[in-house]
Design a protein around this ligand. Sequence first.
Ligand SMILES: Nc1ncnc2c1ncn2[C@@H]1O[C@H](COP(=O)(O)OP(=O)(O)OP(=O)(O)O)[C@@H](O)[C@H]1O
Ligand SMILES: [Mg+2]
Length: 161
Amino acid sequence: MARIKSPILAAQNVTKTFTTGKDQELVAVDNLSFEINEGEFICLLGASGCGKSTILNMFAGFTQPTAGEVLLRDKPIMDIEPRCGMIFQSYALFPWKTVRGNVEFGLKIKGLSGAERRERAAAFIEMVNLRGFTIIRRNCPVACSSASRSRGSSRPILKSS
Ligand SMILES: Nc1ncnc2c1ncn2[C@@H]1O[C@H](COP(=O)(O)OP(=O)(O)OP(=O)(O)O)[C@@H](O)[C@H]1O
Ligand SMILES: [Mg+2]
């Protein structure tokens, strides 16, 4: 008998509330359940403030549900999930670092040597067509166009691939 595959990601009765003041709570996500299966491409659509980023933050392990569970391959996501790549709504770049400095940052945190970092960063920079924006200080992200900043922001995903 064929084995039924479990979903990649699932939310089970997830509620997330934020404390917004003394005795004041805001319900950002209310008893949400859904599953995402292999091969599916999912978009979360909804009005500003309806809870999309709150859901993504829980799937990335940045925050935990107030009630219910978010699951990756049937296991609760309890901490930052290294298999998850996120491109943030804001660019999440260090404005004082060059493009190369930004791309290398995650690799540095992972403990790669300077030579390895430079080699891998160069490949990623080439991949997203940002060669020429790498070293010069005036080419810090603040000096890049919006689209270039977005490509630079994809470093959290690129670094783990
Ligand atoms: N850390 C927080 N503390 C308090 N309230 C928060 C926090 N994060 C989000 N919220 C509130 O939770 C609700 C959902 O916010 P969220 O950022 O998930 O919305 P969104 O759907 O991503 O909106 P947008 O389309 O504008 O990005 C909003 O009312 C927001 O103000
Ligand atoms: Mg959002």
